[in-house]
Ligand binder design. Structure first.
Ligand SMILES: [Zn+2]
Length: 380
């Protein structure tokens, strides 16, 4: 069987793709340092200078509109990514970019600077091989995904509403790079308890311990977890009290929740709001809620996955499906009912960890898959 021309192109261009990934990784861009994120997005924009119409969003993200070859224009696809990483500036000194054991290593290489490089080269392949694609491709690169996408959410949602489908450039699942058709919704609650302070020796009975009250509440909250249904509730941070000889006046817990369905989030919300103090002299104050709605496995998203799977097979690669408890900006777009396929970025492991790396021999087929997917006349 002759090799697919796009795959052949991607293989020939592998050195350039790797060099681009290296430049992206070495331009550090932690979420909490907007000037560094900006510097990276400027590097990104410079990389496809003349190939796309770029614009910075008011929250500090970047959009780029690519017009692939072909005369018929019917709508657009959104390619979604983020330019920020979890790695502080200076990480590159202790965890430098390197190429070893068939992989590229470095901070942000998997999550998700390679995915951004893949998109650029997929668009270039279409242009250089003059392969027509029926839609424009709008790339949105957010600056704050790793901190919950609070500022960029509105832009993501408004661009998604104008798009026929969304491709998320986040890494695939596992070392076989499975696509993601479902992601759990994520929420965060904070429970504050106010008690009555007193001297633990002199006036023990006059006090009402916020710490003890919180401990009892945590028992209740922990019971909200329902592993069979994929609902998890984790009181991950607790604090309270001032000294061991003082009955604690204040205590609080930060609680992470993950839900596969929106209905589960509503049920949990009711349960949290119904919490009552065991000790009547204590009071509870609850804040927070769902931050990212779940990406529920939906018919049109699955249809998009099947299309991608078929194209991958033609490229000699396997693409299977997965679901995850981690969130992405795809949660927002899927919740709007826009067909969303996530995890089409790099194949590797160790996101947010010291062994973050991508497989070099899976670069070409992923670039080719993106190009082929954009060229297909997808109808939902
Ligand atoms: Zn990511």
């Amino acid at each position: 069987m002759p090799i697919d021309p796009v795959l052949g192109w991607a293989r020939r261009n592998l050195p350039a793709i790797v060099a681009t990934i290296r430049r992206f990784v070495e331009c550090e861009s932690p979420t909490d340092s907007p000037p560094d994120v900006r510097r990276f997005l400027e590097l990104l924009a410079a990389t496809f200078e003349g190939e796309a119409a770029t614009r910075f969003t008011k929250e500090g993200g970047l959009t780029a509109k690519f017009r692939p070859p072909g005369r018929r224009r019917t709508g657009q696809w959104l390619a979604l990514g983020h330019g920020d990483t979890v790695w502080p500036v200076g990480t590159i000194r202790t965890m430098p970019y390197r190429r070893a054991r068939g992989r590229l290593w470095g901070p942000g290489v998997l999550d998700m600077k390679s995915g951004l490089a893949f998109l650029i080269f997929a668009m270039r392949a279409l242009v250089e091989l003059d392969i027509p694609a029926p839609r424009d491709i709008v790339l949105l690169v957010n600056p704050d995904e790793e901190s919950g996408s609070k500022a960029s959410r509105a832009t993501t949602e408004s661009l998604a509403k104008q798009s026929d489908a969304v491709i998320v450039l986040e890494p695939g699942t596992g070392l076989d790079g499975r696509a993601k058709t479902a992601r759990k919704g994520i929420g965060a609650y904070k429970l504050r308890v106010r008690g009555v302070a007193s001297h633990a020796g002199v006036d023990f009975e006059k006090g009402s311990s916020a710490v003890v009250e919180l401990a009892r509440q945590i028992e209740v909250i922990t019971g909200f977890t329902d592993l069979k249904r994929g609902i998890t509730v984790n009181p991950g941070v607790v604090s309270g009290g001032t000294r061991s000889n003082v009955i604690a006046a204040e205590a609080s817990a930060e609680i992470d929740i993950r839900v596969p369905r929106l209905a589960d989030a509503k049920t949990l919300e009711r349960k949290f709001r119904a919490l009552k103090p065991f000790d009547k002299r204590c009071s509870l104050e609850l804040s927070g809620g769902l931050n990212r709605p779940p990406m529920e496995r939906a018919r049109r998203g699955v249809a998009l996955f099947r299309t991608a799977q078929k194209l991958a097979r033609e490229l000699g690669a396997d693409l299977s499906e997965s679901s995850t408890g981690g969130g992405s900006d795809g949660n927002f777009t899927a919740a709007l009912g826009v067909p969303t396929l996530d995890g089409l970025g790099a194949v590797g492991e160790g996101a947010h960890a010291a062994h973050e790396s991508i497989l070099i021999d899976r670069i070409a087929d992923r670039v080719a898959l993106l190009a082929r997917l954009f060229a297909v006349s997808y109808t939902s």
